[in-house]
Design a protein around this ligand. Structure first.
Ligand SMILES: [Fe+2]
Length: 286
């Protein structure tokens, strides 16, 4: 079964309110924003809670970093905004960015990608810390009644020290198997990483294993001046992104597996949803 949804943002809330979606995704945990958009959120019984940032001390947004001790302290805290947001939204799906390979990271460049400020961790250290954070998150959510899946999103590789190990297809599938999580595949991130690794994006996804993919962030990266940027564009702007979306949907269309297609890019949202509807219809009809 293929469900189609979109990410709610400050910018698109007017448009989203009038759409017919199978689910709605909220990005980041801004309780004030959730409260102010409660009427929109209530229109969509099926919600996905996607966590990229955690508000930590004061109002500062902190990038969620599953290897950091600061993040681990926040996710251990039953009163943290992570669990308050869950109780407010009651999402059916919860997802996290699978990051990083350094405990302290900064941001740089026009796409705000991260770089390591501290030591780059070994593959084993990264794997162990991410696994510990995910099992802590999972235990805490189960305690407060969440019975759904927890998803981990692949990131876009940059040679900055922050993305070592975690962008490799083998690391992603191993982490998913070990922790019982499923994969949220971000199309733009996949294309950027596969170019760095010198493999085709479809082969990258085959190496992760399509069975473990539960959701797709439908988008494409920006390619400018010979460089790839993680700046979300409509998926059909880049043939490689369109091919990848068609491949995954084709894999899931015939089976019993569920797949969520979430439009993550605000631009041309109606056109993107229309194309996804057509794709779903054509593949199911085949
Ligand atoms: Fe994403």
């Amino acid at each position: 079964m293929i469900s189609i949804g979109a990410t709610l943002s400050h910018k698109n809330k007017g448009e989203i309110a009038g759409l017919n979606l199978d689910f709605i995704e909220v990005k980041n945990l801004e309780l004030e924003f959730f409260e102010s958009t409660a009427d929109i959120l209530n229109r969509f019984p099926s919600k996905s809670m996607h966590v990229q940032y955690l508000p930590s001390f004061g109002q500062r947004l902190t990038t969620l970093n599953l290897v950091s001790r600061e993040t681990l302290e926040i996710i251990k805290d039953e009163s943290s905004v992570l669990y308050q947001s869950y109780l407010f939204l009651k999402p059916r799906i919860i997802s996290f960015h699978l990051c990083f390979s350094s405990e302290e990271v900064g941001t740089e460049g026009i796409d705000n990608h991260n770089f390591a400020m501290g030591r780059v961790l070994s593959r084993d250290e990264t794997f162990e810390r991410i696994s510990l954070s995910l099992s802590t998150i999972s235990d805490q959510f189960r305690k407060i009644g969440y019975e759904g899946k927890i998803l981990i999103e692949n990131l876009d590789y940059h040679p900055t020290g922050a993305y070592e190990h975690i962008c490799e297809p083998g690391f992603i599938s191993e982490t998913a198997k070990h922790t019982g999580c499923l994969v949220l595949l971000d199309v733009a991130h996949t294309i950027i990483s596969s170019h760095y690794f010198g493999i085709h994006a479809v082969d990258f996804v085959k190496a992760i294993g399509t069975d473990s993919i539960y959701e797709v962030h439908v988008n494409s990266p920006l390619y400018e001046g010979g460089e790839w940027y993680d700046i979300n564009k409509p998926f059909y702007r880049l043939p490689e992104a369109e091919e990848l979306v068609r491949f995954i949907v084709g894999q899931k269309a015939s089976g019993e597996d569920k797949l969520l297609l979430n439009v993550e890019c605000d631009e041309e949202i109606y056109e993107q949803l229309r194309d996804l509807e057509e794709l779903r219809h054509s593949l199911i009809a085949d």
